[in-house]
Design a protein around this ligand. Structure first.
Ligand SMILES: O=C(O)C(=O)[C@H](O)CO
Ligand code: MG
Length: 269
């Protein structure tokens, strides 16, 4: 969905439209007015099936994540910072890029992982940067851009990237433009605050944004963030990318979409 001011919102199908099974969320998103979607994991379904569902609903896919391990395991938040998991990391990126090409998805979120207590931060950092650089080269050959995301430590204790500065430092260390930032405003507010200053500072590297309010991670407008200010700032900065609606609806998803018309008046969904 595009507004007159150029802000584009996509539905996160892992978070929104949970009232219906995953397969039905494509149509639900399209009916609500979205033209694009993101979700964490495509891997449980064939790319052929997902491509068909996107096409039938008239949607495009703009983001998904690199593969992670099962919940509760050491790789549940990714493998990229883990020195003893390089083979698994590389297999995962290769698989992710195959899906991205099939789904014509421009962005893959490369998940960093949780640093084990017995791995020094410098060791994890070196491995992480080397892995991201390796993946970036492979992604370039596939015409895909990678993004990395800082996640707050209350939601995922020990997550390797916790601040926008750390993530931006990795983007700079890798160099080139094959790797960008996924700036999740919810995580930034949880960890650091000063959201609009950071959006402006890191704008040149930001390839994707996600939104949810704090606390509670529900609809924008349900918490403490001044969204009218933030969205106006993004318009003024000319942010050209997608904004992923990655929040937990407080009630029925469709009933809670009023924030879009409130903060993006041109919303016609
Ligand atoms: O937790 C988040 O904010 C994310 O975006 C993760 O990638 C989960 O999909
Ligand atoms: Mg996010």
């Amino acid at each position: 969905m595009t507004t007159d001011h150029g802000l584009r919102f996509c539905a996160n199908l892992g978070r929104l439209f949970g009232e219906v099974p995953f397969e039905e969320r494509f149509d639900a998103a399209a009916e609500a007015g979205f033209s694009a979607v993101e979700y964490a994991s495509p891997y449980g379904r064939s790319p052929v099936e997902l491509r068909r569902r996107l096409k039938d609903a008239g949607l495009r896919q703009v983001l998904f994540n690199s593969p992670v391990g099962a919940p509760g395991t050491p790789t549940a938040a990714g493998t990229a910072c883990l020195p003893d998991r390089v083979g698994e990391f590389r297999d995962g990126i290769t698989r992710a890029l195959d899906y991205a090409v099939e789904l014509e998805c421009p962005l893959v979120h490369l998940r960093a992982g949780v640093r084990p207590a017995d791995v020094p931060r410098d060791t994890a950092f070196s491995r992480y940067v080397a892995n991201v650089a390796w993946a970036g080269q492979l992604a370039a050959g596939a015409g895909v851009r990678l993004v990395i995301e800082a996640v707050n430590a209350r939601d995922i204790p020990g997550y390797f990237l916790q601040t926008q500065e750390q993530a931006a430092g990795v983007v700079a260390a890798v160099g080139g433009d094959q790797v960008g930032l996924l700036f999740d405003i919810y995580h930034c507010q949880m960890s650091q605050g000063d959201v609009s200053t950071r959006l402006e500072e890191f704008l040149p590297s930001i390839a994707h944004i996600q939104v949810a309010d704090v606390p509670g991670r529900a609809e924008p407008g349900s918490g403490e963030i001044a969204w009218d200010f933030v969205f106006d700032r993004l318009r003024a900065l000319g942010y050209p990318g997608w904004i992923g609606c990655e929040y937990r609806p407080a009630n029925a998803t469709a009933d809670g979409l009023g924030w879009l018309t409130r903060y993006a008046p041109e919303w016609n969904g």
